[in-house]
Design a protein around this ligand. Structure first.
Ligand code: IPM
Ligand code: MG
Length: 368
C-alpha cells in the first residue's frame, strides 16, 4: 500500500513559518514512528496570485481533490487588499472548501491548564474548557445567490443571501451528533430563528434529525446572539455547538479567545468519504496570516501543529498518535515555554517559532 498523501499549502504571511514547524513533526513521524507521508507542496492565496494571477491554480485544485488530506497555513495580506474581489487570496481558500465540499468545519476550543491564567476571562471560567464548534462551511451567506453590489435608483446596494437547504442542514446536524456521541453527548444548535426564516428551517431540521436518529444525544437550541453571550459567561455549559457558516465564523473566534490565544486553535474541514473511506479533508489553523508579525519569528506554530494532529485523528484514524502530539504540546506549555502571543507584558522572554517547533519535537522524542 502506498503512503498516505498530504498536500501542503503554506500560503501567505506567517503561513510558511508555522508550516515549516509542522513539516518537522511530519518528518519526525517518518523517522521515529515509521509513519511516512507522501508530501507535496503548492501555492494558495496571495503567493498563488503573484505567480499565476489567481489565488488558486486549477492544477492545485485538482491535486487537492486527489490527496488524502490538505494542510493549509494562512492566506491574505495588505498587499492584496485592493485586488478585485474575485481574485482576493481568501477566494482561494473558499474555492478549496466549496469544490472539495468540506461542509463540516470542526473547531475545538480547549483550554490548556498552563494557559488558563492567560485568558481574558477569569481562570475558573475557562480552566478545563473543552468545546467543539461545528461550523457549516460550504453554504449560507458565504455562497448564497444573489450576491453583489448593484445599482438601485441613484445609489448602490450590497447584497448577500443567507440560504440553507434541508439536506445541507441535515448533514451538518448529523456530523455534530456523531461527534457529540464521542464526547459529552450534548449538542447546542445556534441560529436566529427569531428573525430569519433560514433559522426557523435550521431549527426544525436539526430537531427532526435528532428525534429520528439521535434521540440519545441531549439537544438544545439557542439564538446565536445569546450563544455569544453564554460563551463568555459560562462556556463550560457547552459540549458541541452546531451553527451556520457566518455565525460559526464569529462564534469560533470568540471561543478561541477563551483559550488564551488564537495561536492555539486548530481546525478540520471534512467532506464526504472518498473511495478509500477517508473523508475529503483540509486542516488549517483558525488564525490568519498575521502580516504584522510576519517574518519575525514571533508566530505561534501550535495551532498549525495541532491541525496536523487533527489530520492524524480524522483522516488517518491514528487517534493515539494525535494524542501524542497534543500531549507534547501540553508538556511544552507546562514547562513554561511561550511564544510572544502567550506572554503578558511583564518582561518574560518569548521563544521563537522555530524554537517552539523544536521543543515540541523534543517532547515527542521524550514520549517514546
Ligand atoms: C476563517 C476565516 C475565513 C472565513 C476567511 C479567511 C475567508 O475567517 O476561516 O474563519 O471567513 O471563513
Ligand atoms: Mg474567521
Amino acid at each position: 500500500m502506498s503512503n498516505p498523501s498530504l498536500l501542503i499549502l503554506p500560503g501567505d504571511g506567517i503561513g510558511p513559518e508555522v508550516m515549516a514547524e509542522v513539516v518537522k513533526i511530519i518528518d519526525w513521524f517518518g523517522v521515529k514512528r515509521g509513519i511516512a507521508f507522501d508530501v507535496s507542496t503548492d501555492l494558495v492565496g496571495g503567493c498563488a496570485y503573484d505567480k499565476h494571477g489567481v489565488p488558486l491554480h486549477d492544477d492545485t485544485m485538482a491535486k487537492a481533490q486527489e490527496v488524502d488530506a490538505v494542510l493549509l497555513g494562512a492566506v491574505g495580506g495588505p498587499a492584496y487588499d485592493d485586488l478585485d474581489f474575485s481574485v482576493k487570496p481568501e477566494r482561494g481558500l473558499l474555492r478549496l472548501r466549496k469544490e472539495m465540499d468540506l461542509f463540516a468545519n470542526l473547531r475545538p476550543a480547549q483550554c490548556f491548564d498552563a494557559l488558563a491564567d492567560f485568558s481574558s476571562l477569569k481562570k475558573d471560567i475557562v480552566a478545563g474548557l473543552d468545546i467543539m464548534i461545528v461550523r457549516e462551511l460550504t453554504s449560507g451567506v458565504y455562497f448564497g445567490e444573489p450576491r453583489g453590489i448593484f445599482k438601485e435608483g441613484n445609489e448602490r446596494v450590497g447584497i448577500n443571501t443567507q440560504r440553507y437547504t434541508e439536506s445541507e442542514i441535515d448533514r451538518i446536524a448529523r456530523a455534530a451528533f456523531e461527534l457529540a456521541r464521542k464526547r459529552g453527548n450534548k449538542v447546542c444548535s445556534m441560529e436566529k430563528a427569531n428573525v430569519m426564516e433560514s433559522g426557523i428551517l435550521w431549527r426544525e431540521v436539526v430537531q427532526k434529525v435528532h428525534d429520528e436518529d439521535y434521540a440519545d444525544v441531549e439537544l438544545s437550541h439557542m439564538y446565536a446572539d445569546n450563544g455569544a453571550m453564554q460563551l463568555v459567561r459560562a462556556p463550560k455549559q457547552f459540549d458541541v455547538i452546531v451553527t451556520d457558516n457566518l455565525f460559526g465564523d464569529i462564534l469560533s473566534d470568540c471561543a478561541a479567545m477563551l483559550t488564551g490565544s488564537l495561536g492555539m486553535l486548530p481546525s478540520a474541514s471534512l467532506g464526504a468519504p472518498m473511495a478509500n473511506g477517508r473523508p475529503k479533508a483540509m486542516y488549517e489553523p483558525v488564525h490568519g496570516s498575521a502580516p504584522d508579525i510576519t517574518g519575525q519569528g514571533k508566530a505561534n506554530p501550535i495551532a498549525c501543529i495541532l491541525s496536523f494532529a487533527m489530520a492524524l485523528r480524522y483522516s488517518f484514524d491514528m487517534g493515539d498518535e494525535a494524542t501524542r502530539v497534543e500531549k507534547a504540546v501540553e508538556k511544552v506549555l507546562a514547562d513554561g515555554l511561550r511564544t510572544a502571543d502567550l506572554l503578558g507584558n511583564d518582561g518574560e522572554t518569548p521563544i521563537s517559532t522555530t524554537e517552539m517547533g523544536d521543543a515540541i519535537v523534543a517532547a515527542l522524542d521524550a514520549s517514546l
